[in-house]
Ligand binder design. Structure first.
Ligand code: SAH
Ligand code: SF4
Ligand code: F3S
Length: 482
């Protein structure tokens, strides 16, 4: 694990800003270590939600491991069971309550410390439900207090009392939280926090606070440091990355160009841009930066201008299609992926047809499909013209059928082509089989030596199997290893 501050890595010096609040938390890290002295303790973590939450979990793991706990996959065996929650849709909530139910008995027998954090904890009705129906939790912490986990854990252990540490603020940025990453090839780097868009279906702005961007030098230093550790692929994260504001007129396009210059990094991805903020300078940067993958996640949400207006998305069907055209004109090889919600209040059959129409025209590489879920406190929840569940499901199935047929057709187009594949690992069942991803994020399986893991190889695609492609190796591109 990397310790932040100024340090040396493979002979290179890195200086990463450390917030004074994090220095203060380091004291609690020491205090927890002191309390647990002589004990060999384990922790588990379950992450629900998006890549930003996963990146947050890596920070939670960083803090916990610094306190001397080692990870176990089984929460029933852990001394400290952490859940990092999401509340973007109802099914994410159900998952937490199920897990808490399972942990009740384990806690009684073993005294497991139960800590629940993340977006869902920011919601008042959830806090009340936990107090009433699951009073055996030890710590709840929100999105604005994640960095205080060492202090919260120390207080919970020392005083043996329940800690509730959730605040509702616009939000800050805390540089220098230790990170324990899940992968050693691909890494996520959060470039901005919060959201200002208030799409009318979405809970995120209420639980994550206002938009705030990290300083460019902190992001660049983090990526350089990842490159020095052997990471090959970087995903820049934010709820609306193309409204990134690094100060002094330093925008997302500038960041893409600077990250592109970092030696050792082979691929750059980013999620999510908002169509309304997709400026020409970003299109130009994607075109000119060789490491930026030529696939853009361009969330559509709905194809009907009327529904988009009700969703407060601030673009029309035509503007979305025109933007895609403009990008395609500049970068002919570009492909798109998207997010779509079906069954938003007031969505008529004709509106839904508009969504299908855009899907046909865009021919997406990948579509993440969601059934509209009412979120307490959002304008969408207050709308009177809610769509019956049955209709939502029928529409979802229709969309799914269209998407699957497109995905299959798109897969066929790869057969016979040569693709650059970043080798991610060997197949679980067969050491001789490698698995990796194309620039467009398609999984490719092919025969090869495990020494190729971490390298970019040319693979000839032989067969399309709907969820993955099968190929054979042509050439190793670069000889850098992890
Ligand atoms: N900031 C990103 C995505 C955030 S949430 C963006 O704007 O693209 C990820 C996805 O969840 C959204 O794109 C949307 O498709 C979906 N989503 C958000 N709120 C939802 C809700 N109430 N019901 C169903 N899907 C929702
Ligand atoms: Fe939610 Fe819209 Fe913000 Fe994305 S841009 S997080 S969908 S409010
Ligand atoms: Fe992400 Fe879910 Fe929060 S989608 S920002 S973890 S509500």
């Amino acid at each position: 694990m990397i310790e932040y501050g100024t340090y040396l890595l493979k002979g290179k010096k890195f200086t990463v800003e450390v917030d004074k609040n994090i220095e203060y938390q380091n004291k609690f890290i020491e205090k927890v270590k002191e309390l647990n002295k002589g004990k060999s303790l384990t922790y588990s973590i379950i992450t629900m939600g998006c890549q930003l939450n996963e990146n947050d979990s890596e920070k939670i793991c960083g803090m916990i491991e610094k306190m001397g706990y080692s990870r176990t996959d089984e929460s029933k065996q852990a001394d400290l069971a952490v859940m990092n929650t999401c509340c973007v849709r109802e099914n994410a909530e159900d998952k937490l309550f199920g897990k808490l139910g399972e942990l009740k008995k384990v806690k009684e027998e073993k005294g497991t410390i139960i800590a629940i954090g993340g977006c869902m904890m920011q919601e008042k009705h959830i806090q009340e439900k936990l107090r009433k129906s699951y009073p055996y939790f030890d710590i709840i912490f929100g999105t604005h207090t994640l960095h205080k986990f060492p202090e919260d854990l120390y207080n919970a252990l020392k005083d043996k009392k329940r800690i509730e540490d959730v605040i509702d603020i616009d939000g800050e940025i805390y540089e220098g939280i230790p990170i324990k990453r899940d992968d050693n090839l691909k890494a996520s780097v959060t470039i901005m926090y919060g959201c200002n868009n208030f799409c009318s279906y979405c809970i995120v702005p209420y639980v994550r606070g206002r938009e705030r961007s990290r300083k460019p030098q902190n992001i660049i230093e983090e990526v350089k440091c990842l490159a020095a550790q052997g990471y090959k692929e970087i995903t820049l994260l934010g709820q609306n990355v193309n409204s990134y504001n690094g100060g002094e007129n330093y925008k997302f396009a500038d960041l893409l160009r600077d990250v592109n210059k970092i030696d050792g990094i082979e691929r750059i991805r980013f999620v999510s841009p908002h169509p309304k903020d997709f400026t020409d300078d970003v299109i130009k940067a994607i075109k000119e930066c060789d490491k930026v993958c030529k696939i853009i996640h361009l969330p559509l949400q709905a194809g009907s201008t009327q529904v988009l207006k009700a969703m407060n998305r601030k673009y029309t069907k035509e503007q979305y299609l025109e933007l895609a055209q403009r990008i395609k004109k500049e970068i002919p090889e570009i492909v798109f992926s998207t997010d779509i919600i079906v069954g938003f209040p007031g969505e008529t059959e004709q509106d839904f047809e508009d969504t299908l129409d855009v899907v046909r025209k865009m021919n997406y590489e990948q579509v993440y499909m969601f059934i509209y879920s009412r979120r307490i406190g959002t304008p969408g929840d207050m709308m009177e013209n809610q769509i019956p569940e049955e209709i939502k499901h029928i529409r979802f199935d229709r969309l799914k059928a269209l998407v699957e047929s497109q995905t299959n057709e798109n897969g066929e187009k790869y057969v016979g082509t040569k693709q650059k594949v970043l080798v991610e690992g060997t197949s679980k069942n067969n050491e001789q089989m490698l698995t990796g991803r194309t620039e467009t994020n398609k999984v490719v399986n092919f025969k090869g030596d495990s020494e190729l893991v971490g390298k970019l190889v040319d693979v000839k695609i032989l067969r399309n199997a709907l969820w993955y492609l099968q190929g054979e190796i042509e050439a190793v591109q670069y000889l850098s290893t992890i």
